[in-house]
Design a protein around this ligand. Structure first.
Ligand SMILES: [Zn+2]
Length: 138
């Protein structure tokens, strides 16, 4: 499949690669090889082959998975065991353990928030059994 410059339709462009990295909060930087094309006719540059998005998604997932490990370990060291967190947040038991095999962005965000503000767990735990559906969020 021939790729053309999206700006002028020319086939005269050069593709180069450079190392870039991406990370999520609490995760390590993960490097990926980013492509960049520069058209020699109109000088437009960009990812003409649209190959960078999948590399970024993959690198971000690796960083997020490492962040998951760090967050769960950090919480465990502070005596917030996964079963307690799951019970208080009312998510299915075993969820946090399952995330070891693929931590979604939503799951990682939840762990980040709990790790940054762990006293929210105690607050929710205190409210736990008395929630009636009419309780206001304060
Ligand atoms: Zn062009």
């Amino acid at each position: 499949m021939t790729i053309y410059c999206p700006g002028c339709g020319s086939e005269a462009f050069k593709r180069t690669y450079e190392e870039r990295s991406i990370s999520v909060p609490f995760g390590p930087k993960v490097e990926y090889l980013a492509a960049n094309c520069v058209c020699s006719v109109c000088m437009l540059d960009g990812d003409f082959y649209q190959e960078n998005d999948s590399k970024i998604t993959e690198a971000e997932a690796k960083s997020r998975q490492a962040a998951y490990e760090a967050l769960v370990q950090n919480l465990s060291l502070r005596n917030y065991a996964p079963p307690y967190i799951e019970r208080v947040l009312r998510i299915p038991q075993g969820s946090i353990k399952r995330w070891k095999h693929g931590c979604s962005p939503e799951a990682a965000a939840l762990l980040m928030l709990v790790c940054m503000v762990p006293n929210v767990l105690e607050d929710l735990d205190l409210r736990g059994v008395s929630v009636t559906g009419t309780e206001k969020c304060t």
